[in-house]
Ligand binder design. Sequence first.
Ligand SMILES: [Zn+2]
Length: 316
Amino acid sequence: MQNKLYAALDVGGTKIYTVLADANKQIIARQKTATLAEAGPEKVIKQLIATVRQLMKTEQLQDAQLAAVGVCIAGFYDWHNRILVHSPNLPGWSNVPLEEILAAEFAVPARVENDANAAAVGEVSFGAGRNHNNVVFVTISTGIGAGLIINGQLYRGSSGVAGEIGHFIVQPDGPRCGCGQQGCLETVASGTAIGRQGQKAAACGQSALLQSLVSEPAAVTAQEVFKAARLGDPAAQKILHEALTYLGLTLVNIVNLLNPSAVILGGGVTAAGDEILLSLRKIIAEHAVSAAAKAVQLKLAALGEEAGVLGMLALL
Ligand SMILES: [Zn+2]
């Protein structure tokens, strides 16, 4: 068993992060690739297979050493029927039996999990959620998702899609979401949404500062909006204030519903760090049921982009 290997992949709308780990689940090789998301599922699945094979070749490892493959992916994963039903951030993925395809390709057991679920397991096993039994992991990047750990166990719900907080409807007449609904949380508070509103502010002359940070308005991302807000730009501050209000009130609802001892924030948007934590803590303290607000710690994720793959390794 000593030479057995595990492959774990985190498939997002923009990148695929692949690792190989040894029998002790220690990572021995890693690789990051841009997701060819627009090319559709067939092409992306080919990418997943190729990245595992390439890493194994680079590390001079044999196919026979591979013991299992785990993939976490941004999408609605039906855990009972083992099918990726739909992905708002990966065009064309509908009812894809990813586990079956990977198991057949590598001739080893394969396991697929929603990316936020995997990251929640990663953070509870190795990161900011250690020593907590009731944890909500929230990821804010291209989209918004959550993984729920209840009584120490991953909670998937009755068809595997529990935790889809990015599709809480917060603005019934708001922007159209990749899931088909209007005004989902991720259309007003994700990194993509913050960037899009920044682009608008730069294009219509509301923010000269945002305009000055990029070559053209379309190049504004959430990062520039955070930067402009920090430099005192009123338009950028308003965009962030709105996004954080929607996010904060969603956390209030979650805290009231589940009474967790930790809410862990991950994803690209949380790179802005303390300013986000302080705003959200204040909203929770002011609006959540007081006993629930007092019981919860709001923390930043500790594992960064490795949370998903470490979670998959823990699950394999
Ligand atoms: Zn949605």
